[in-house]
Ligand binder design. Structure first.
Ligand code: AMP
Length: 424
């Protein structure tokens, strides 16, 4: 299946292309057609599965097809961080699509409150809000919901865990009854079912089962600076009980560098890369399977499908880019109900990504102190590092107004992005 199959507006397809999305993820394959057909939906899907685009894409398409008279879509999310992430994804698409959004979340000072209030008075196609702040703004009478067509609850289970049930019900009491409601949740406990029964109409259901790492894997992690990684790896490899080891690095350069470094240390190691001839790759793999070779270093091409028995250790020298990759990588050890160890090095830039991995596999992985002599590693505090590696939030509150006219109140120089303007 490709994105073309959904027959989305051309400008959305341009956005997909520019964001590098090549094919829809399973949740997108299942949810997008149902949303386009105007069904209410309960979707069980975790962060990392592509769930945000699964609702944003069809909603953007429907907004473009509508007569655009006012606020079209309300997205409610549990935290400021998630609201910002959703806003950034909409922003990514709205480079090409003439659609405006406003993020409304708590925190900040009186200035933030006023900026949000002004933005709400100006209006937008989409509001992304945390429940408490939205209710507070509702109290000031600035938001008109009469043109609302879509309500989306994202991470609904987390919102209920955080005690937002009554706030959500109060918000919904302000909304038109004739609307399409989409409820996304990572888990489906009875309280979510109850809420769904009250606010959805004949919903369709989709569910994405996530793969979880095998029980036999002893998962550990180190918070390290890049400059400490080589020494840490060497100290781990001194443990002779690790007889068969796969080391994952994120780039071919790192794979090559590590292969050479460990070879110089006299270790039995080979680098496995897509550059090698097929015959050479098979030879290395056979040596590794026969235990003539102790260490294999590679990129994610090693993480899928390669079934080698008795791998005792997997090292993620660089944190994997997404949760599914993590599960695939560490799944190279502890195969067929045996035991194995998986160790991940997390540099400050990767902390936020790693926290998402932990959320997806629903497990906190112990962070081990660095061995003596390596010095202090960075503090593990993903929320502190969350903005690293993400694109800057260029337009937080003020965006193009519906109809494409830049807001005259915009206080962000250069934030208004022209329609269909190719970024190169
Ligand atoms: P989410 O589950 O919505 O938090 O999405 C996880 C990440 O996957 C985000 O960084 C998205 O930009 C990215 N993503 C979503 N859909 C796709 C896709 N079809 N192809 C590639 N990346 C995607």
């Amino acid at each position: 299946m490709t994105f073309d199959d959904f027959k989305l507006d051309d400008s959305i397809n341009e956005g997909l292309y520019s964001m590098g999305y090549k094919s829809p993820t399973p949740i997108q394959q299942q949810a997008i057609p149902l949303i386009l057909e105007n069904h209410d939906l309960i979707a069980c899907a975790q962060t990392g599965t592509g769930k945000t685009a699964a609702y944003i894409l069809p909603v953007l398409h429907k907004i473009l097809q509508s007569d655009r008279k006012g606020l079209n879509t309300l997205i409610i999310a549990p935290t400021r961080e998630l609201a910002v992430q959703i806003d950034q994804q909409i922003e990514g698409f709205s480079y090409f699509v003439n659609i405006s959004s406003i993020a409304v979340y708590g925190g900040g000072d009186g200035v933030t409150w006023e900026i949000q209030k002004k933005a709400l008075i100006q209006g937008a196609d989409i509001i992304i809000a945390t429940p408490g702040r939205l209710l507070a703004q509702l109290g000031s009478g600035t938001i008109k919901f009469d043109t609302l067509q879509h309500l989306i609850l994202d991470e609904a289970d987390r919102m209920l865990d955080m005690g937002f049930h009554d706030d959500i019900v109060r918000i919904i009491s302000h909304l038109p009854k004739e609307r399409q409601t989409l409820l996304f949740s990572a888990t489906m406990p009875p309280k979510i079912r109850d809420l769904a029964r009250r606010i959805l109409r004949e919903p369709k259901e989709v569910s994405i089962a996530i793969s979880k790492p095998a029980e036999g894997i002893n998962q550990q992690a180190y918070s390290v600076y890049d400059t400490q990684k080589e020494k840490l790896l060497e100290s781990i490899l001194e443990n002779e009980s690790y007889q068969s080891i796969i080391i994952f690095a994120s780039t071919r350069e790192n794979v090559k560098k590590l292969g050479q470094l460990l070879h110089r240390k006299g270790l039995s190691v080979k680098a496995f890369s897509s550059d090698l001839e097929q015959a050479e790759r098979e030879k290395i793999m056979n040596e590794f399977k026969n235990k003539q070779l102790r260490i294999l270093v590679g990129t994610d091409i090693l993480s899928r499908g390669i079934d080698v028995e008795g791998v005792s250790l997997v090292v993620n020298y660089d944190s994997p880019p997404d949760p599914e990759d993590y599960v695939h990588r560490i799944g190279r050890t502890a195969r067929a109900a045996t035991q194995g160890t998986a160790i991940t090095f997390i540099n400050p830039k990767d902390q936020f990504k790693f926290a998402r991995i932990e959320r997806l596999i629903e497990k906190e992985i112990p962070k081990i102190p660095l061995p003596e002599g390596l010095g202090e590693g960075p503090e593990y505090n993903p929320s502190k590092f969350k903005d690293e590696g993400q694109k800057p939030n260029r337009k937080k509150f003020f965006k193009k107004r519906p109809g494409g006219k830049p807001s005259s109140h915009s206080n962000h120089q250069g934030n208004q992005r022209p329609r269909n303007n190719n970024p190169q």
